[in-house]
Design a binder for this molecule. Structure first.
Ligand SMILES: [Zn+2]
Length: 120
């Protein structure tokens, strides 16, 4: 892949990373002992002090957020892995067959690890 495309994908991935981190920060907080992990929050309310209905609402919200946070976290880790591949010079190469991944495929999904043939 040429430098121009590589720079372009790096920009795309960096923007995606910021976007995902912003979304995650809204519904969860980074695990202090593992920066790659995010724990869903219920909006910072003191559950002990709340009434029963509020607690039920918050528990529901927490459950929902934790599902969303899990998906965002997985996406974020893919994006970070792709950025690492750019640094290492292995970006855009299929992890299975070692062939270059089609640009169109990377444009649709900049963190793709495999060519179309070896897509999971
Ligand atoms: Zn392949």
């Amino acid at each position: 892949m040429n430098t121009k495309n590589l720079t372009l994908f790096k920009e795309k991935l960096s923007a995606e990373k910021v976007e995902l981190e912003t979304q995650l920060a809204g519904i969860s907080e980074r695990n202090p002992s593992n920066p790659n992990e995010w724990d869903a929050t219920s909006g910072g309310m003191d559950i002990d002090a709340a009434d029963e209905n509020e607690v039920a609402d918050k528990m529901e919200e927490l459950e929902e957020n934790s599902g969303i946070a899990q998906k965002l976290e997985a996406q974020l880790n893919e994006v970070k892995a792709a950025l690492e591949r750019i640094e290492k010079g292995t970006y855009g190469v299929c992890e299975i067959c070692g062939k270059e991944i089609a640009i169109q495929r990377l444009e649709a999904n900049p963190s793709a690890r495999n060519c179309r043939e070896h897509a999971a």
